[in-house]
Design a protein around this ligand. Structure first.
Ligand code: PMP
Length: 280
């Protein structure tokens, strides 16, 4: 089943209009929520961010977020989703193609689920990344459907046999193409401040809490590409990749070229957080 507007229906029963503004303008916002043990992880935080993204693009959701939450819980249950992802998007709706906001259109909510296991090989051994220029717009805090900058960056990584592209704007590391980036230097965690140049990841926010509990100091200040290159440890975070070590950047090893101790400590704390929140 999928969620279409306010109904759970089979995928075959629905049509997406060619004049849906998501399709023509990328005019909408989205979220991805992880499900463990049949239960959503930090769902309220994701839905709050969806509402914020919508507000920032002056889009009103067609029904209350509490209603959306119930529909998504029903979707997870009906699809027997034990381990996987829920993708939700809200477009500004269907209207004759014209850039200005339509007067009549009802925003369209769709959501569907994907069965997906935790990426254990990557989590255990780490991944390779490349650096590339951050060519995206100046409202990266909005989780908007306009993802071309991210798509091109990710493909650059893939072309180089890497899994993620680390974006650099004016010599400063902002984030990954679909992840937040952290470095560890002399025991302190550094990550870009949550401003208009990055998405304030939900996983990023969970890491702040866990680091606090583990008494790992965090500095939310910008750092340069040179600092990235001389870091002791580097990792990325996202809903689907969790806390994933980066062991090689631009063909050179990070630290010893294996996942480092602080990263592993946070990964362990993250697994405990999954258990705490999704196992009754
Ligand atoms: N930055 C960008 C650009 C992203 O697309 C994502 C993934 N949605 C993230 C960071 C990580 O955010 P989250 O932890 O909420 O998945």
């Amino acid at each position: 089943m999928i969620l279409y507007d306010e109904r759970l229906v089979s995928r075959e029963e629905t049509d997406i209009d060619i004049e849906d503004r998501a399709y023509q303008f990328g005019d909408g916002v989205y979220e991805m929520i992880r499900v463990y043990h049949g239960r959503p992880f930090y769902m309220d935080e994701h839905l709050a961010r969806l509402e914020r993204s919508a507000t920032e693009i002056r889009l009103s959701l067609p029904y209350p977020i509490t209603r959306l939450k119930q529909l998504l819980l029903d979707l997870i249950q009906q699809n027997h989703l034990e381990e996987g992802n829920v993708y939700i998007q809200v477009s500004r709706g269907v209207a004759p193609r014209y850039h200005g906001f339509p007067e009549q259109a009802r925003p369209l909510v769709i959501a569907y689920t994907q069965h997906a296991k935790r990426p254990l090989a990557e989590l255990n051994h780490g991944i390779k990344a490349v650096t590339t220029e951050d060519i995206r717009w100046l409202r990266c805090d909005i989780k908007s459907l306009n993802l071309l900058g991210a798509v091109l960056a990710k493909q650059t990584a893939i072309d180089h046999g890497a899994k993620e592209a680390i974006l650099v704007r004016d010599g400063i590391v902002t984030e990954g193409s679909s992840t937040n980036i952290f470095i560890i230097k002399d025991g302190t965690l550094h990550t870009h401040p949550a401003n208009h140049l990055i998405l304030n990841g939900i996983t990023r926010q969970v890491i702040f809490k866990l680091a606090d509990e583990c008494e790992i100091p965090i500095s939310e200040t910008t750092f340069s590409k040179e600092a990235l290159e001389s870091a002791d440890e580097v990792f990325l975070s996202s809903t689907t990749m969790e806390i994933c070590p980066i062991v090689e950047i631009d063909g050179r090893p990070v630290g010893q070229g294996v996942p480092g101790p602080v990263t592993k400590q946070l990964q362990e704390a993250f697994v405990n957080e999954i258990k705490r929140t999704t196992l009754a």
